[in-house]
Write a protein that binds this ligand. Structure first.
Ligand code: SIN
Length: 329
């Protein structure tokens, strides 16, 4: 009986989480928005919910967005395929997960290419950045905007102060060739893995460390199963807020226009609020007992010197012009 009660309450929890915005009425166009992040303070969670709230209020009776967070509908290894199959209509995957569709998005992954998030936002809003939004049109993907998530930091089961501290260790990475090359440059082994599996892999020692934003490290509790996080600021995490051309082309012109207007405004709002969310989640980690290692200029320079040669490795497939545009942002 106890087992049955537990199972029923787990089911109720998962239904209420996945249908937080599921008040769709018959006759409305239903757009499922699936993503992999969780908690309440994560920038992607906040932006996805803001988008759903605005569509559901301003397009009431016409369109309805249902949000499925925490990989409850699709994990990151399946969601792009699901978009093409029409099983989901809106996604916001990390730009590091498009390697099999276009190598150009690798520019966002190059270590130390953006000084900070403001530089990344400037690049995203530049001609070169906007041009990349529709890089996968031939596949059937439409970019609605870039949502910044934050700069990334390494965590591990021992303090990482210099890149050589990582020698021989195994790090979880996203499915990005640039990220793999960056870990190899540190003398460590990259282990590509779905986001939903990272906590378990850190906890059981399948991997020794990982790299992520304050918001992911806090909301997924990675800090609880790691010695410490090092403030390397080495890479950007950003998302492509996207839909499929099949979904967008199927909308009546005035419906499409309103949908795109809301998407654009929510994107701007998301990028304005991201720095505050990251600062809040950094503070949340410390408050919850997590440890953060800061670096001197000299120590940080060693990370830059170790990882920057990766740019040259990918210049051919990304394009020297694009790299220059991003680095100069
Ligand atoms: C996400 O923030 O969407 C996930 C990033 C990751 O896989 O590390």
């Amino acid at each position: 009986m106890k087992k049955l009660t537990l199972a029923l309450s787990a089911l109720a929890l998962s239904i209420s989480a996945s249908t937080a915005f599921a008040s769709c009425e018959s006759g409305e166009i239903v757009a499922k928005l699936s993503h992999v992040t969780g908690g309440t303070t994560h920038p992607k969670v906040v932006a996805a919910n803001q988008f759903a709230e605005r569509v559901n209020t301003e397009m009431n009776g016409v369109m309805c967005v249902e949000v499925f967070p925490n990989s409850t509908l699709f994990g990151d290894s399946k969601e792009l395929e699901a978009l093409l199959l029409g099983d989901v209509q809106i996604l916001a995957p990390s730009l590091s997960k498009f390697g099999s569709y276009s190598p150009k998005y690798g520019v966002f992954d190059l270590p130390f290419i953006f000084k900070d998030m403001d530089a990344a936002i400037r690049f995203a809003n530049s001609e070169a950045g906007k041009g990349l939004l529709n890089e996968m049109q031939d596949v059937g993907f439409v970019g609605l905007g870039y949502w910044m998530s934050g700069m990334k930091y390494f965590s591990a089961n021992k303090p990482l102060i210099e890149p050589s501290d990582a020698n021989g260790m195994k790090f979880r990475v996203q499915t990005s060739d640039v990220a793999k090359a960056m870990i190899e440059a540190m003398g460590a082994s990259p282990q590509p893995m779905a986001f939903a599996e990272v906590y378990g892999a850190l906890q059981t020692g399948v991997v020794d460390g990982q790299e992520n934003t304050w918001s992911n490290i806090y909301t997924k509790k990675f800090f609880e199963v790691q010695d410490s996080v090092t403030e390397t600021n080495h890479q950007l995490l950003a998302y492509l807020f996207m839909t499929s051309s099949e979904f967008l082309d199927g909308l009546e012109p005035e419906v499409r226009e309103q949908f795109l207007k809301i998407a654009d405004e929510v994107t701007q709002q998301a990028n304005e609020q991201v720095k505050a969310a990251e600062a809040e989640n950094r503070a949340n980690i410390l408050e919850a007992g997590g440890k953060i290692n800061t670096l001197t200029d000299e120590q940080r320079q060693k990370w830059v010197d170790t990882m920057k040669p990766v740019w040259k490795q990918f210049e051919g497939e990304i394009g020297a012009d694009l790299i220059e545009a991003a680095a100069g942002s």
